[in-house]
Design a protein around this ligand. Sequence first.
Ligand code: G7M
Length: 315
Amino acid sequence: MEEERRAKEAKLADGELEEDQDQLQLLSFNDFRVERTLKENAQHKTIFVQGNISGRPGPAVVILEKRPFSAETIQEVLSESTDLRFLMHNDIYRQYEARIESKLNAAQATVIYPATDELIAKLKSQEKHFVRETPNDYETITKPYIEKESQSLQWIYNILDHKAEQERIVYEDPDPNVGFVLLPDLKWDQEHMENLYLLGVCHARGIASLRDLRLEHVPLLKNMMQQGREAIFNRYGIPLSQIKTYVHYQPTYYHFHMHYLHTSFEHPGGLVGKAHLVEDIIDNLEKFGTTYYKERTLTFALRDTETLWKRFQKN
Ligand code: G7M
């Protein structure tokens, strides 16, 4: 299964195969059958569902997230187009269920097909465990996992080669050493500035993650952080001091990339045990030397369904 996927990826990279998933253009969820709910979160107004698309083998995952209200359309919401169903009255307090017309009440839907077992395991809500990864653990446990079992990087290569999401690019520096592509993260609807979330993907290949960063990468880090923030300010008007930049360790995808979020957006990916501020990374490399991340024991959280957690358990 894993070998098949890698062989297909190699063919795709060589242009021998047309990307058949590109034919999957859904107009509704008519062909989608729900199998199970992987995770739901009332606070974030999200649900992660595993199911099947009729006529297509293997599982698909749908992630639905209700979009926040926006000041621009609130007058349209608070108009005769919204029906009110009375729920209760007490003194000055009245509660209704508001039935808002569908175009003002949209949800963001992300469809992942075909969804790998590893990705499903990652999305499924599970207990988290902290792991302390020594440099030796990295060589003997994490590196073999990255080489054999980590998620495909095809979507990243498609972005860098302008084969996908080309029209969404906010900024690009084509330099092969310090250059990168900046574009909206899959999670952002590009409308609500308080949820602003972009991704910077470097052109340089061979930096799998934080672990591989050395002093020679400081110009890349500074360039991605500074130019990325300036591009966000130029496009969206968010002050530089309100854009936080961090990288994940462990990431899901092992091609170096940076997350850019509005400071008001407290995404779970920004928690301790996952997020490393870019300013701190630069400082550590400059003050403590090029092998800082090579020699450190790094601590992070993994879900107990993740393959990497199982690999750490075996050792
Ligand atoms: O944990 P890690 O640092 O690997 O996070 C990867 C980020 O890439 C997440 O924030 C995802 O939402 C984002 N992402 C994943 N995919 C598959 C895509 C994609 O196809 N396009 C874009 N723009 N972002 C993606």
